[in-house]
Design a protein around this ligand. Structure first.
Ligand code: LMR
Length: 396
């Protein structure tokens, strides 16, 4: 029965984890998958998480199921974190929040919801986008379309983006990255968000905002400005959020799908559909990560500790961006790569092509995604000069 099944290549990003592990070059550098790393190259469990886990170990009384929408302490807290303490949409009870297995699980819930309840609508993705976006939405059966995001020099091309969105058929879905655009690192400023909002309104599009990096760009509140502007200004918005990066809970698969509807009744109607979609996919979400986040966000002391750790991660990445540009200076490349300092979040779209990326891997054991995306957090004080030298040698 299985004779005809072909072997397919594994996921390009996840495959880098294995390839890096197997490389025995002591100078190897992992700029591949988007996980935060400290100066020693580790992805430690946050102290706030460790403390919350200790408390949960003592207090947890059951392993029975949590409902399809998840742990209410978590969903209430995450909604306030994402939408703001003073969100009028939350106040109006027009937001449905569903805990999901990671941000990817939230994307799949959204994708299935669109396919089932809003059929015939294409989804528009930025070109480029996270490679798993087309995979997830394609698997749900949605038609995929693209709007430009960068120009030939790999810089944000907002005019081209806006012009393309102005041509999107009414009712289609537009996927936007809330902050720390993956893979480019180029974000919209407040004025640009406002302009996109006007187009979305005029053309009656349905925005789906992927918010996987809250707190990794400019700050928790600053990174949420696009999401909050949209949710407060529009009747209908989908937001997918993730605690993988900002709480360092990658493997605990902790995310949420938030859906804004025009009123409480419509919100409850939509919410009933999401419960069914969850049930059909995985039934109920895993508990642990959400319990940890719920514990942290409902305790002042743990929240303060977490905020401090989040700021440390953010500051380290932003510091590495400027240090990296400086490390490229002796090679005459500081101007050419100055944009790395302007990008935000974990990723930098370096502009290196697939051959150059391959040479970095083959000749220097430096791993990055084939599109030229580098995880800046994978750099360290020890590797900056080595990576700068290697880049100088492949661009020469
Ligand atoms: C990435 O883009 O590297 C991260 O979002 C991890 C992943 O699942 O691809």
């Amino acid at each position: 029965m299985f004779e005809h099944i072909e072997r397919v290549p594994g996921d390009a990003i996840l495959g880098l984890i294995e390839a890096y592990k197997q490389d025995d070059n002591p100078r190897k550098v992992d700029l591949g998958v988007g996980v935060y790393r400290d100066d020693e190259g580790n992805t430690p469990v946050l102290a706030a998480v460790k403390r919350a886990e200790k408390r949960l170990e003592e207090s947890e009384e059951t392993k029975s199921y949590i409902g399809s929408h998840g742990d209410e302490r978590y969903t209430n807290a995450i909604a306030r974190l994402v939408l703001g303490e003073d969100s009028s949409a939350l106040e109006a009870n027009r937001i449905s929040v569903t805990q999901s297995p990671g941000g990817t699980g939230a994307l799949r819930l959204a994708a299935d919801f669109i396919a089932t309840s809003l059929p015939g609508r294409a989804i528009w993705l930025s070109q480029p986008t996270w490679p798993n976006h087309p995979a997830v939405f394609g698997a749900a059966g949605l038609e995929l379309k693209h709007y430009p995001y960068v120009n030939a020099d790999n810089r944000l091309d907002f005019d081209a983006m806006l012009a393309a969105l102005n041509e999107v058929p009414a009712g289609d879905v537009v996927l936007l990255h809330a902050c720390c655009h993956n893979p480019t690192g180029f974000d919209l400023d407040t004025d640009q968000w406002q302009q996109v909002l006007e187009v979305v309104k005029n053309r009656q599009l349905l925005p789906l905002i992927d918010f996987a990096y809250q707190g990794f760009g400019d700050g928790l509140e600053e990174d949420a400005r696009g999401v909050r502007l949209f949710v407060e200004s529009l009747d209908e918005v989908l937001v997918t959020s993730s605690c993988s990066k900002n709480f360092g809970l990658y493997r605990e698969r902790t995310g949420a799908l938030m859906i804004a509807a025009a009123n409480e009744k419509q919100m409850l109607d939509v919410r009933s559909q999401i419960a069914i979609t969850a049930r059909e996919n995985y039934s109920t979400p895993p508990s642990h990560g959400a319990a940890v986040v719920g514990e942290i966000l409902t305790d002042d002391e743990l929240t303060t500790l977490w905020l401090k750790e989040l700021a440390q991660m953010r500051d380290r990445i932003n510091g590495l961006r400027s240090d990296f540009v400086e490390a490229l200076r002796p090679h005459g490349l500081a101007e050419r790569f100055a944009f790395i300092g302007e990008q935000r979040g974990m990723f930098s779209y370096t502009g290196l092509d697939a051959d150059q990326v391959k040479r970095l891997r083959d000749e220097f054991s430096i791993y990055m995604v084939g599109s030229g995306r580098a995880n800046v957090a994978g750099l360290s004080a020890n590797s900056l000069d080595y990576v700068a030298e290697a880049i100088a040698s492949v661009v020469r």
